[in-house]
Ligand binder design. Structure first.
Ligand code: SF4
Ligand code: FES
Length: 574
């Protein structure tokens, strides 16, 4: 395999690559701003400069020339070169800031130049704490500024569109945002205007930046020039914990990080998964997080009145026994594989001949070339694979109207429940597991708080048949000690303890994973399902039994410390 030498150390490579990308993949830190692995390479920030050279060959013999000490003679380039555009070639020799005083001075000079007109308003900037410019300046920048004149002023607080705010003074003209709209979302909505130090990105006059993927420009902007209008000034980066999860806004199953403070979800950001979503997610998916905070069902309600879990489960099991074959089972394409599997097992015990339904949520035309899909549920493929049959709300109502004296057992589809509830016959008894409180609580015999995938382990199968298991990201009231191992920890405190000081008890819902409740109901019916209500053994059972679970990977225990400013992957989320 061809070899290259970085700061004197040999590395081999298999396929052609750019030097900066190779360094990123091999944990060799080189600071950069304008490069992004999914975008074209303009090499305009000059932050990634390195010295490069090649061994010299004797023109007569074709042999490498050696120095007196036996080492190869290297012909170094006359000037530093940007590593983001440098191709790997055999025997390439590279000197980074670790071994080259020239590169140290170059990096200082580049940062001094970039900061000439930068407002240096980190204390009030949303990007502070996760800002590459801030981090690289601390690590590689000059000690202070020699610039004593008034800085250039550019437009500030410009609402570019419904979701993105521009502060042009902070922009360092890397053009990542412009390239994103040209090459990824293909709306071509942003362009650079003005020249020289007056340069900044904006839309055509009078045109809003309403790209359905506009918030990705906020993620990739290496400074605080583009900020999310939704998230601005709500939380500092270091106040939040983050946990890997997936977006449940459509059948794509985009990988995301969920950021939590006070046990409230503050934002979702995309997490790299080249198999599913690349580096991106859509605006609608990421702004959907408010449903996890607002109007959550907490505890159990009988016709809108709070009751104890114990009483409710006794009564629900008695109702299941009484109705038997007269139960209509409606699962959900929002529910996890775990819940759907256990619901099916309970159905097999209570009313083995009854069909299993779910309501599809297809929004024709919402899908696009990139990530959005018309199917607005995360697990319809999983529901189908488990034998659930799609039924429209109208057909379901017709079915019940033909025989109204039934028990409708409803699981985790708040949207369809809101649609059908006012239209159902009065005689129909309804038990529902919901994430958010129903608008007609008195119509529900029992309304049971269901954990979302942020308060439980959950597996979803995306449109391509990829099963993805996620771990809890926030606290719930009835947590067991083992659950705590997977929950995100905050920064270590002064005593080195990973104690979360940002969790507010007022925002801790009293909910349980529906699969645990269903297993408990079966036990009360004296018809145990033979399934563990602990997640890992249940997940292992499913993995052994269900072919489509083969791609699922169990989440790792949560890392102990999440904020390390010298951690490249955190500083530059690519
Ligand atoms: S707004 Fe941000 S992403 Fe766009 S050019 Fe300026 S610094 Fe780069
Ligand atoms: S990252 Fe190489 S020049 Fe900007």
């Amino acid at each position: 395999m061809p070899t290259i030498y970085i700061d004197g150390q040999a590395y081999t490579y298999e396929k052609p690559a750019k030097l900066l990308q190779f360094c990123l993949e091999n944990n060799i830190e080189i600071p950069f701003f304008c490069y992004h692995p999914a975008l074209s390479i303009p090499a305009n920030c000059r932050m990634c400069l390195v010295e490069t050279g090649l061994p010299v060959k004797d023109r007569q013999t074709g042999e490498y020339i050696r120095e007196a000490d036996g080492s190869l003679r290297i012909q170094w380039g006359p000037k530093p070169t940007p590593s983001c555009t440098t191709d790997l070639v055999p025997d390439l020799h590279v000197r980074t800031h670790r071994t080259s005083p020239t590169i140290v001075r170059t990096q200082e000079a580049v940062l001094e130049f970039i900061l000439l007109n930068h407002p240096l308003d980190c204390p009030i900037c949303d990007q502070a704490g996760e800002c590459p410019l801030q981090i690289w300046t601390y690590k590689y920048g000059p000690e202070g500024s020699r610039f004593e004149l008034e800085k250039v002023h550019k437009p500030k607080r410009v609402p570019l569109g419904p979701h993105v705010m521009l502060d042009a003074e902070r922009c360092i003209n890397c053009t990542r945002c412009v390239r994103f709209t040209s090459e990824i979302s293909r709306t071509h909505q942003l362009t650079m205007v003005q020249r020289g130090n007056l340069n900044y990105p904006i839309t055509a006059q009078g045109e809003p930046f309403d790209d359905p993927y506009s918030l990705n420009t906020v993620d990739i902007c290496p400074v605080g020039a583009l900020t999310s209008r939704d998230h601005r000034f709500k939380a500092r980066a270091w106040e939040m914990n983050y946990t890997p999860t997936i977006c449940t806004g459509c059948a794509r199953g985009c990988n995301a990080d969920v950021w939590v403070r006070d046990n409230l979800v503050m934002r979702l950001t995309p997490r790299k998964n080249l198999q599913v979503n690349g580096y991106w997610m859509c605006d609608e998916g990421r702004l959907d997080y408010k449903k996890y905070n607002e109007n959550r069902t907490s505890g159990v309600y009988a016709k809108g009145i709070p009751v104890s879990w114990e009483d409710a489960l006794q009564q629900i099991s008695a109702l299941l026994a009484r109705y038997g074959e007269e139960v209509i089972w409606v699962g959900s394409a929002y529910a996890s594989i775990e819940t759907l599997y256990v619901l099916k097992a309970l159905r097999d015990k209570v009313s083995p001949h009854a069909p299993l339904y779910y309501v599809p949520h297809i929004q024709a035309g919402w899908g696009d070339h990139l990530l959005r899909r018309d199917d607005r549920t995360p697990n319809s493929r999983g529901a189908e694979a488990l034998g659930y049959t799609a039924i429209s709300p109208d057909n379901l109502i017709q079915l019940i109207q033909a025989k109204p004296d039934v028990l409708l057992y409803w699981v985790e589809d708040d949207i369809a429940l809101a649609e059908i509830l006012p239209r159902l016959p009065e005689k129909t008894a309804i038990i529902a597991h919901t994430y958010n409180r129903s608008a007609n609580p008195e119509r529900l015999l029992y309304e049971v708080a269901a954990s979302t995938h942020l308060e439980s382990f959950a597996t979803f199968v995306n449109e391509d048949g990829l099963a993805q298991t996620v771990q809890p990201a926030r606290q719930w009231q009835q947590m067991k000690p083992t659950d705590w191992f997977y929950l995100p920890k905050s920064r270590l405190d002064a005593a080195g303890q990973a104690v979360d000081r940002w969790r507010n008890p007022a925002y801790i819902p009293d909910c349980l994973p529906t699969y645990q409740i269903l297993i408990s109901l079966a036990d009360r019916l004296k018809q145990p399902l033979g399934l563990s209500s602990e997640h890992l053994p249940l997940w292992e059972t499913l993995k052994a039994k269900l072919p489509f679970m083969q791609s699922a990977v169990y989440p790792k225990l949560k890392r102990k410390e999440i904020f390390r400013h010298d951690q490249l992957s955190f500083a530059i989320r690519v």
